[in-house]
Design a protein around this ligand. Sequence first.
Ligand code: CP
Ligand code: NVA
Length: 307
Amino acid sequence: MHFLDINKTDPTDLRAMIDQARAMKVARQGQSKGMVDADQPLAGKMVALVFEKPSTRTRVSFDVGIRQMGGQSIVLSGTEMQLGHGETIADTARVLSRYVDLIMIRTFEESTLLELADHASVPVINGLTNRTHPCQIMADILTYEEHRGPIAGKKVVWTGDGNNVCASFLHAAGQFGFDLTFTGPPTLDPDPVFVAEARAKGATIEIERDAAKAVAGADLVVTDTWVSMHDPQSTRERRHNQLRPYRVDAALMAHAAPDALFMHCLPAHREEEVTSQVMDGPQSVIFDEAENRLHAQKAILRWCLGV
Ligand code: CP
Ligand code: NVA
């Protein structure tokens, strides 16, 4: 079973993954990071982790998670593979499927992920494309629920760029039943397809240009970098100028509910999209999010492999 996007995965399965991730996390509490889990569901399994873009969290959390569950991994960089030198995605998929039991890929175009999934005979996991980042949002749902209980019916506010991480939050709004308000400049709105789909699934999705109004009563405030890995550096200055009113600082957080949480997928640019005061403040759960990539992805791997 592929894990390509949150909107493509059954809500019952998504819920089961979150619950299993939480149980696996609890079972490991207090253990050294290098200890293997009591059961070894990935024993005998080989996983390829393919990166066409840089990564700290995705790379380390997948690798550690696979080892904890008794599997093995090979980390591959796109530029060092024939993939980066003209071999087709389809042929790469067919070849990798002869060696490994699962492929995780971080790439640029969504079409690369989909072509890989179409031609692989093993499960494929989306480790981020220009368009979405589903593993991150699974970790974020786990994080919210650990701190505050069910996310269904809550108000999430995304502030800044309507990018790939925002898109997966919109997918999750539809699948997990929470409301989402986007606040950012009109030039950086999320793709209307994501908004329409979440609305069609019953989620209330609002677009509000005034950041303070948007954040009013929020249960969760989320932002991300103003320049993503696929964005040309030439757009940096324009993006910064447009996004400055959407920086998350203590004054903006003061409009949210008193027990609101703050999230950021990281890596963050301190004092750009968010102040250090908020990042390091009591409402911030950014390092829990980073940790939960590990636990959430272990559940995703098990679901994909049916183990
Ligand atoms: N949040 C996230 O995906 O981080 P990396 O780019 O470090 O993997
Ligand atoms: N939006 C960011 C997320 C990084 C994890 C990017 O695509 O670069």
